[in-house]
Ligand binder design. Structure first.
Ligand code: FES
Ligand SMILES: [Fe+2]
Length: 408
């Protein structure tokens, strides 16, 4: 980033940006270049959203933990002696040091490296030396995030009062149940760093207007980018197969509204792959054992969204999780996590190369187009442009985002 961007005093205050925003258009330059807006994004948007931090299979035993970092924040996800999974801010209650630096592992306690305050696995302060009479350790537990475990997927929110996630999860639960997310394991994780603001990465995921021109491999097997009539025909044929293998064909679509009345976005829609494709593989052939209690392949995949920030693609034999993690105003990690059935063995039941092929090449495409998007937006000649009807997902993101920004 150049000095001009950092010290650009031409930035507009949020109130003015909101007033000038024209419905149906992309956002102004400042949203993607301003340090002030980036900090507020972390503080007010990310810190008040439910964030998908991981899966229960990452912490099977007492003392197992891993870190999840975004923006300025670091979270410790740990399983305590009672078997409960807790999420804590990785910020010492003495003078604020990071308590844990290891990315994952197993611990009996968390000891701060600075003055050795020591915390239990449930975040309670156990020992603090030389703090004198009257010091009450119960007042200095690690700050706790709200935790919601949905079908094995761990969500955390650091806000005092988190958005309502229950109403949406209630709708999703019966639709997701046949895949048995509880019984998944991570086959592979990959991170694609992109020099762009996190909002450009999210926007890219929210629309498939770019799929046909930018994702040749995806477009060969997935019908979502195709004209309505073809999709309808393929969808009807798939729905019969979906029901036959034990899947519901109900859809869920809850979108943020511009008034900010809806706290979160939820989306669940199964859509067909083209004929000859049972799953998201290069050959069309299965990649791994069927998930949960599915009785066969229906030749579909599910777009699943639990809040704008947490996205999943659910094939009959694997799940791909997607998230876009802000690191700085123009640094974002596209994180992709591939899940297979818990008992599937690499090399025997699935080939890692084959399993990860599609969303690896697709993410590389996305890295390139998001990077170029940011480079263009950085120009002082960039002007907000009109959204296509195929970019309605971006509108839903803007509605929720701008409603929150109005409260800063
Ligand atoms: S900052 Fe952690 S013990 Fe002092
Ligand atoms: Fe894409």
């Amino acid at each position: 980033m150049n000095q001009r961007q950092i010290f650009d005093n031409g930035e507009k205050p949020m109130a003015r940006l909101l007033k000038e925003y024209v419905d149906g258009m992309s956002l102004e330059r400042d949203f993607y270049t301003s340090e002030v807006i980036y900090n507020n994004d972390i503080r007010h948007y990310w810190n008040s959203s439910w964030i998908w931090v991981g899966h229960v299979s990452q912490v099977p035993n007492t003392g197992d933990f891993f870190l999840f970092d975004y923006g300025t924040e670091s979270l410790i996800i740990a399983r305590d002696k009672q078997g409960e999974i807790g999420v804590f801010l990785n910020v010492c209650r003495h003078r604020g040091s990071r308590v844990c630096m290891e990315q994952r592992g197993n611990r009996r306690v968390f000891a701060c490296p600075y003055h050795a305050w020591t915390y239990e696995l449930n975040g309670d302060l156990r020992v603090a030396r030389e703090m004198g009479e009257g010091f009450d350790p119960t007042e200095y537990s690690l700050l706790k995030a709200h935790v919601r475990i949905f079908e094995g997927m761990i969500f955390a929110c650091t806000a005092k009062s988190p958005p309502d996630i229950e109403a949406g999860l209630e709708k999703l639960a019966p639709l997701v149940a046949p895949f048995d997310f509880n019984n998944l394991k991570i086959a592979h994780s990959a991170s694609y760093p992109v020099p762009a603001n996190w909002k450009l990465a999210v926007e890219n995921y929210m629309e498939c207007y770019h799929c046909a021109p930018s994702h040749k491999d995806y477009a060969r097997s997935h019908s979502i980018k195709d004209p309505e009539y073809l999709r309808t025909e393929l969808t009807e044929a798939m729905k019969d197969r979906s029901r036959a293998v034990g899947l519901s064909t109900d859809e869920v679509s809850v979108s943020s509204d511009a008034e900010g009345k809806t706290d979160m976005d939820f989306y669940h829609r199964r859509y067909p792959l083209f004929e000859g494709y049972l799953t998201g593989s290069k050959s069309g052939e299965p990649l791994a054992p069927l998930l949960g209690n599915l009785k066969g392949f229906d030749g579909g995949t599910t777009d699943l969204q639990i809040g704008i920030l947490n996205n999943f693609l659910v094939y009959s034999d694997h799940v791909v999780g997607y998230r876009f993690i802000p690191r700085s105003v123009q640094e974002t990690d596209i994180e992709v996590i591939w899940f297979v059935r818990g008992d599937a063995e690499a090399g025997k039941d699935y080939d890692l190369q084959d399993l990860t092929w599609l969303w690896d090449v697709t993410s590389q495409d996305d890295e390139r187009i998001i990077r170029l998007n940011q480079e263009g937006v950085n120009s002082f000649h960039y002007i907000a442009g009109p959204l296509s009807h195929m970019e309605s997902g971006i509108r839903a993101f803007y509605d929720g985002y701008l409603a929150k920004a109005a409260l800063w």
